[in-house]
Ligand binder design. Sequence first.
Ligand code: 8DG
Ligand code: MG
Ligand code: MG
Length: 146
Amino acid sequence: PNASLPEPRVGVAVFILKGRSLLLGRRRASVGNATFALPGGHLEFGESFEECAAREVKEESGLDLSKNKIDFLTATNNVFLDQPKKCHYVTIFMRVVLDAFEQQVVQNLEPEKCDGWDWYDWEHLPHPLFGPLEKMLKGGFDPFPL
Ligand code: 8DG
Ligand code: MG
Ligand code: MG
């Protein structure tokens, strides 16, 4: 064990789906800088995945998911050795399906961490996607319910 390496952490990322589109924002961060990623963040002590998902989405975009069903989709293991800050995340992917007519406004509440949130059509995703997301989607993962 190398004492200079940090412990693995738990990240929670949320697929917010509306029709055939999903919410993505370009990161401003030491990990995955300038790549398009889902809203999300670090699991805090004592939190459930659902609580973390709702809290992070609210903090980052203003969207209130307190009345929505939040589902667990999958978890992936992500080791970032080629980044300015070496790190390791077990990432929990959650999903919320919004009503297609949902009119809640999306705000960029942490502009130091994100260039802005926008809806992107599943068939025309922006690039580059954040590594963990890219890897899943290339592997055929589809976040939309059947
Ligand atoms: P916090 O201080 O608000 O808790 O954290 P944050 O600044 O919002 O953390 P984050 O980087 O947005 O998310 C935590 C980690 O989750 C991230 O560094 C790596 C992992 N992660 C993935 N995929 C994704 C993704 O698509 N979006 C987000 N936000 N995080 C992801 O592996
Ligand atoms: Mg956050
Ligand atoms: Mg975040």
